[in-house]
Structures are given as structure tokens and as C-alpha cells.
Design a protein around this ligand. Sequence first.
Ligand SMILES: [Zn+2]
Ligand SMILES: [Zn+2]
Length: 113
Amino acid sequence: MDEHTPPGEKRDVPTVTCSRCDREWDLEYELGELCAGNAALEQFALDHRRHTGHFPDEVSPWQATCRQCPDREAFLRERPARRWAETHARHTSHDVALRDPEGAETVVEPGGS
Ligand SMILES: [Zn+2]
Ligand SMILES: [Zn+2]
């Protein structure tokens, strides 16, 4: 008999809320698919954004906003955000503002390395 995992023990399922949707979810579905806490929240955030157009409350995204056209994107990590800003600048010659989760903004300019 394995006594280390007693049946019926309450699992600690993280929850996530979204004030725009005025809803709360548990991440049991994501945890079941991914088996990892941080990845589950990240997956939820990406799915939520894909289907609703915004991130849930707990998530502070990186935001890349073009200064010269309506194009903008939000990302959970710096790397894809910076890549989006750099490729947008590269292909369109637009300046792109890149805002980190704390709100500090840098500008990615076309032709910068
Ligand atoms: Zn929402
Ligand atoms: Zn642009």
C-alpha cells in the first residue's frame, strides 16, 4: 500500500480570474494537458487571448505597438515580443514601441541591430 498519496486528498488547483469577463476559472484542464503550473497558466492566457482578444488578470504581457500603423501584438515573453517589434520595423520601416510588464517602454527602430 502506498500511503504517500492518500486518495481524496484535496488537490491544489490554481485559479485564474479575468475582470473583463467577470469570471474565474481553475486550471485543471490545462494542468491535465500540460502537467506544469507555470505552463498551465501561460497556456490558459494564450488560449484566453486567442478566443477573447485579451489576457486574464494575473498575466502582464509584453506589448508591442506600432507608432505608425494600427498594428499591435501582446506576448507573454520578451523574446517573441521583441522579435515581433523588430520584424515589423524591418519590413515596414515603422517605429515600434515595446512595453514591458512593468510599463517601461523602449522603441525599436527600423534598421537597428
Ligand atoms: Zn477575459
Ligand atoms: Zn506599423
